[in-house]
Design a protein. Structure first.
Length: 213
């Protein structure tokens, strides 16, 4: 018996763009809830009543804008100095500081940041839609699972790898972001990209050949 697979037409660019716009909006809304309204990331951006004293001290030190790991050693330190520092600081408190000279809290800055975040989300979802378009008639479940896999890969590649070394306090919030944001986006794309699109069909010649024999 011979079987001929008839593949459906590829997704149209218009369909991919619309799907990516909505997908980007889904991720954007979740990011707003996760980092802002609900604030699942509170442990990583918490408030301390000592902030004025800490900021005043940091400002008085004339630090250049940048990231600092303390305690640490100069880049010119020898291997012996590095080993001695690691031994001396083992088990003691440490801190990682991201110091900025100026806060950008104006409405224009916030709007520009929101636009940039949305555009990044759009590109990410568009790239995922392109990958889906290369699949041979993927099922609803396949697209959903693929979206979750992308979310987990993104989580493991950056937040979790960073957590291994720097013990960020909101690591589980990032995991929730990966599952929920990409899960919802996967549900949307699984419905939208397959909507009105004929799925792969098969023509079996065995039965027809028997009828003509």
């Amino acid at each position: 018996m011979r079987t001929l697979l008839i593949q459906p037409k590829p997704y149209s660019m218009k369909k991919a763009i619309i799907g990516s716009i909505v997908g980007a909006l889904i991720i954007f809304i979740w990011q707003f809830l996760s980092f802002g309204l609900i604030n699942f990331h509170k442990a990583g951006q918490d408030y301390t009543e000592k902030q004025d004293a800490i900021m005043s001290f940091l400002n008085s030190q004339g630090l250049k804008e940048g990231g600092y790991l303390m305690p640490s050693v100069p880049s010119t330190a020898s291997s012996d100095e590095i080993k001695a520092s690691m031994k001396e600081t083992d088990g003691k408190p440490w801190a990682k500081i991201e110091y900025h000279n100026e806060a950008e809290n104006s409405m224009n800055a916030m709007i520009m940041n929101m636009i940039r975040v949305f555009l990044v989300n759009f590109v990410i979802v568009l790239l995922f839609s392109w990958l889906v378009s290369k699949m041979a008639a993927p099922s609803f479940q396949t697209i959903l699972i693929a979206a979750l896999v992308v979310g987990i890969i993104a989580f493991l590649n950056e937040p979790y790898t960073g957590f291994i070394w720097y013990k960020t306090f909101d690591i589980w919030a990032y995991f929730l972001d990966a599952i929920v944001a990409w899960g919802l986006t996967g549900l949307w794309l699984a419905w939208w990209l397959r909507r009105g699109r004929p799925q792969m069909s098969t023509i079996r010649f065995g039965e027809r050949e028997k009828e003509l024999a």
